[in-house]
Write a new protein. Structure first.
Length: 475
């Protein structure tokens, strides 16, 4: 006998579990199916983000940052320690415990909101009436029928052609988050978000880290001035980043990994490392969905094709998050999940792609919203720019971290904020003010006239807004 639901959500990552909760809040009878298991075989909802993405990576970034501070910066504060040592297995165990708290938290939220959770792999099957049902293959087999189906099956790490992940020497994000001891030498391919975050973790813990990047420019999606400032810091820290490389043969037959590549000058190079992380982007995941059998349309990248409202080509089937177009970010997936649940309930769901913030949680952190200076130039938009360095911010001095700046880009005529770009301490938190401002179509003058607490890092935001009109007060 099939079980009937108003809404069936496939995948309990940030896109899926949030869609399920919002639909339940709106009075729908909701099922959510997720395949992820703990090593003990129990459910581990939360998707990539909770299990092998956002949350565990930030846990390791925090631990490794504490370690580096204890080693390098405590003495500046007059704190004397003995020898500072790192117990990597304890750090990994702490990270695992945080992941488990998040898994359990989502199961609790499902109960609280009366979402029925199924642990298993969901696939579309053709029903006798010509429609489709959802089969769940888990401990027990179930067949579910839903008026509306939301696909939120996420993404997987992209492997280099001919070099599958073995998660021992050739690691995806999954393996990179559970290395048992600090490798002496770590190589990473791809100086994108994962390459920089994971490279930072293991460098701070003492690995000699080399990141090989195919593109000639560093972080080309980031405002050039900000990317340059960040690169300067990474160079100083000893995070070796080589741009414009072409990866050749990768030999894993020895004790470690031997990597042949040509550098930007076209010279043949060999890099030997104990482990290699491949972080060259992610591919949408529709594995096991049986999408073809029901005619669910995919694009050439394997992403589910959706319209602006996240509707697929099949009636009553929606898709959100990493499995569709747009940035592969947890908060984008969540916003789409909420919007789809609200549309299903007859409301007006809304996602503003122009104000989705990006954050790279390195040290210094990098954060931005809106268009970069190079994009504005390419779009032929007349703009004014203003920036303020953390060097001139009292709170940053007290923190002992004066790296970086806040930069505003505003329309030359109307003064509307077009982009805000930051590199420096805690900018992951500071960027929210810029997101709110842009969502409300604020001008740089609006921010410049708002009272900001002193001493706070957020004063750098106000000062950068003042700088647009060339009237910074503290620089
Ligand atoms: P996912 O989180 O991938 O969830 C999909 C779920 O669907 C999974 O649980 C999967 O098991 C399940 N599933 C798949 N197929 C089926 C099926 N057929 N049946 C049942 N279940 C199925 N983003 C940020 O915004 N901030 C960050 O700091 C950040 N850090 C990251 C760090 C790393 C190392 C990585 C890899 C990613 C990071 N991301 C970050 C990206 C973020 O994790 C993703 O954008 C986000 O998880 C996408 O959410 P989703 O719900 O679309 O998919
Ligand atoms: P990415 O797209 O951020 O970076 C991939 C990098 O690899 C690019 O710089 C690209 O030029 C390079 N590259 C691609 N092919 C290559 C090749 N053959 N040789 C050398 N270099 C090559 O992808 P990444 O780092 O894998 O992360 C995937 C996604 O996960 C991110 O785009 C982001 O959406 C999400 N993520 C978000 C985080 C955050 O919000 N803080 C943290 C980590 C991941």
């Amino acid at each position: 006998m099939s079980k009937q639901f108003d809404v069936i959500v496939i995948g309990a990552g940030p896109g899926g579990y949030i869609a399920a909760i919002r639909a339940a809040q709106l009075g729908k009878n909701v099922a959510c199916i997720d395949a992820w298991s703990t090593t003990a075989g129990t459910p581990a909802p939360g998707g990539t983000c909770t299990n092998v993405g956002c949350i565990p990576s930030k846990a390791l970034l925090q631990s490794s940052e504490h370690f580096e501070h204890a080693k390098l910066h405590f003495a500046d504060h007059g704190i004397r320690t003995g020898e500072v040592a790192m117990d990597v297995s304890k750090m990994i165990a702490r990270k695992d415990a945080i992941v488990k708290q998040n898994n359990d938290g989502i199961l609790y939220l499902f109960k609280k909101n009366k979402v029925t959770f199924f642990h298993g792999t969901a696939s579309f099957v053709k029903a006798v009436d010509g429609g489709y049902e959802i089969k769940v293959a888990g401990k027990a087999e179930e067949t579910l029928v839903g008026a509306q189906i939301v696909v939120a099956t996420g993404s997987n790490a992209r492997a280099l052609p001919g070099l599958p992940f073995d998660e021992d020497k050739v690691l995806s994000n999954d393996g990179a988050l559970r290395v048992g001891a600090t490798p002496k030498k770590l190589a990473l391919i791809g100086a994108g978000v994962i390459g920089l975050e994971m490279g930072s973790v293991w460098r701070r813990l003492g690995a000699e880290v080399t990141v090989l990047e195919g593109a000639p420019a560093f972080l080309s999606a980031v405002d050039e001035q900000i990317a340059k400032e960040a690169k300067k810091s990474f160079d100083k820290q000893g995070l070796k980043i080589e741009l414009g490389v072409k990866i050749g043969n990768v030999d894993t037959s020895g004790a470690g990994v031997k990597l042949e590549y040509t550098n930007a000058k076209g010279e043949a190079q060999v890099l030997e490392a104990d482990k290699l992380v491949v972080s060259i982007g992610r591919v949408p995941n529709t594995n096991g969905l049986n999408a073809e059998a029901v005619g669910l349309q995919l694009d050439e990248r394997g992403a589910i094709v959706v319209d602006g409202d996240c509707k697929t080509n099949l009636p009553g089937v929606w898709a959100v998050g990493d499995v569709v177009r747009g940035p592969m970010l947890a908060h984008k997936a969540e916003e789409e999940g909420v919007a789809v649940a609200e549309r299903i309930a007859g409301q007006h769901g809304h996602v503003n792609f122009a104000t989705i913030p990006w954050v790279i949680y390195t040290s210094p952190e990098i954060a931005w919203v809106g268009r970069t200076e190079q994009q504005l130039k390419a779009d032929g938009v007349k703009y004014k720019a203003g920036s303020f360095p953390f060097l001139a911010n009292g709170r940053a001095r007290a923190l002992g971290d004066t790296t970086g700046m806040v930069k505003f880009l505003a329309d030359a005529e109307t003064d509307e904020i077009l982009g805000v770009h930051m590199v420096g301490p805690m900018v992951s938190e500071l960027i929210s003010e810029a997101v709110v401002a842009m969502e409300f179509k604020a001008s740089s003058e609006d921010i410049a006239r708002i009272c900001h607490a002193h001493p706070s890092l957020s004063e750098a935001t106000k000062e950068a807004a003042l700088a647009v009109d060339k009237r910074t007060l503290n620089f």
